[in-house]
Design a protein around this ligand. Structure first.
Ligand code: SF4
Length: 351
């Protein structure tokens, strides 16, 4: 065991979190937790994780579930591609691996939504086999400890960090070390205000010694993001709002969303799409949503329709969503926000 991992393990033994619901040597449970934790904090994940495990206790239960049901369980966590990938990977495990989560790196890393670090984490945690990991927490610890500058999104920097991760990973107690190094990054070597005084590796941490912690890991040079605009229609009929399912490809693929106007007048849209006349139109304040590559300004328009002959058929990708019922599937965060505003009846009108 190397000196670095020995200190991290001794720290974990005393101070680490050991009662998280996924801390069991079960590849399926660990896999789901690793995916949920990719973009979300532990405390937020726990209730979602427990609900998800209740509904899909095994990889087969997940594989056999409807995608919409899986997306419903993801509603609120965001980044729905993670849920779609989980579902399709579960089907691959069912069909190609007789429902048993594989224990070989090459097979695991081929599954949708699982990269090198996540594969390493699942295998080391579930099977105690030696695989380094390099998630955001581990990158931060190693970049600071070894003063590896530069943005880890660049392959040269990522390679140096992977080499460091490889060197630091011990030959035994791999599962415990994987938990420990992730925990150290999450609770001590935090993004802001790291608790260096309580850190088990502070004696040879180069960033700590040179008072340059905030320089590591290096950041990407920011470019101004482009701004796009769209108009979304909240067509309300009684207690229901009209939703359409988005195409599988593109933003919010496969999620339920509000229809967007493509330049036409809202009254024309009502006639053409709902076979109905509008009984009043309100314009709400613009809402901005940020994607990683651009910002989107959404202009919400509420239109009340009294009678409509717009029927929806199963599978035609449209629905009248009753506001007091569960949504038909996953709903993108800003759309959910608009629906919630509609439910509470509280909105700010543009002046
Ligand atoms: S000493 Fe501080 S900066 Fe260095 S690894 Fe520990 S917590 Fe992170």
């Amino acid at each position: 065991m190397n000196d670095f991992s020995g200190r991290v393990l001794a720290w974990f033994e005393k101070h680490g979190r050991k009662d998280l619901p996924w801390q069991q040597p079960d590849a399926y449970r660990i896999w789901v937790s690793e995916i949920m934790l990719q973009q979300t904090q532990v405390q937020t994940v726990i209730p979602y994780y427990e609900r998800f495990m209740q509904s899909f206790p095994t990889v087969l239960a997940l594989a056999n579930a409807e995608l919409d049901t899986v997306l419903q369980h993801w509603s609120g966590l965001g980044y729905y591609a993670r849920a779609r990938n989980l579902h399709s990977a579960a089907q691959i495990v069912r069909d190609d691996y007789t429902g048993v989560f594989p224990d070989q790196f090459a097979a695991v890393v081929e599954l949708p939504g699982i990269g090198r670090s996540t594969a390493g984490a699942i295998l080391s945690l579930a099977f105690n086999t030696r695989h380094p990991i390099l998630d955001g927490n581990v990158k931060r610890v190693l970049a600071r400890h070894l003063a590896i500058g530069g943005w880890p999104g660049k392959s040269a920097i990522a390679n140096r960090l992977w080499e460091a991760a490889e060197r630091c990973t011990p030959k035994t107690a791999v599962a415990a070390y994987t938990q420990a190094i992730m925990d150290l990054g999450a609770t001590v070597c935090t993004r802001s205000n790291p608790r260096c005084d309580s850190c088990p590796v502070n004696s040879d941490c180069q960033a700590f010694a040179s008072h340059s912690i905030d320089q590591y890991p290096g950041r990407k040079q920011r470019k101004a993001k482009p701004l796009k605009h769209t108009t979304m229609v909240l067509a309300v009929n009684g207690n229901a709002v009209y939703l359409e399912r988005r195409p599988a490809a593109g933003i919010w693929g496969g999620l339920w969303s509000l229809p967007e106007l493509a330049g036409e007048d809202v009254a024309d849209w009502c006639r053409q799409t709902l076979n109905s006349l509008d009984e009043g139109v309100e314009s709400w304040d613009m809402m901005r949503h940020s994607f990683s590559h651009y910002d989107l300004d959404i202009q919400p328009i509420v239109v009340h329709v009294a009678a409509t002959s717009r029927k929806v058929a199963d599978g035609d990708g449209t629905t009248w969503h009753q506001l007091d019922e569960l949504p038909p599937g996953g709903i993108a965060a800003p759309v959910q926000k608009l629906i919630n505003t509609l439910k509470t009846g509280g909105h700010v009108q543009n002046s």
